[in-house]
Unconditional design. Structure first.
Length: 118
């Protein structure tokens, strides 16, 4: 539940669905650790309305981070240029990562994943 739901679902609906999924994972598999990623930026310009919706959703999703079995990581800023724009070199269609984007994604998650695997 996330970027693919942006067009047809409200921010509240997306957050509620993500909360339900995380809760269900922990109900069924109580020892499972969950790394919940913030929704990545979309649209080339920082002023696009989708960016504000993403920021709102990610702020709510961050509240699910309990420092233990559920962790939240927002790496969206790693994909952005200094002016807040989304580079075609990182996300050519302003939505899906390029190979360079996937490297950024993996590098940004690595420290927290390493910590969670201990």
């Amino acid at each position: 539940i996330g970027t693919n739901n942006m067009a047809l679902s409200s921010a509240d609906e997306i957050v509620k669905a993500d909360r339900k999924i995380v809760s269900e994972i922990h109900r069924r598999l109580p020892d499972t650790k969950v790394l919940l990623l913030g929704i990545f930026p979309r649209a080339v310009k920082a002023t696009d309305p989708a960016r504000a919706k993403i920021k709102s959703i990610n702020a709510e999703l961050a509240k699910l981070d309990d420092g233990g079995k559920t962790r939240f990581l927002d790496i969206g800023d790693k994909f952005l240029e200094a002016d807040g724009s989304l580079s075609a070199a990182v996300m050519p269609d302003a939505l899906h990562p390029s190979p360079k984007g996937y490297v950024i994604w993996a590098d940004a998650m690595s420290p927290l994943l390493d910590e969670m695997m201990k």
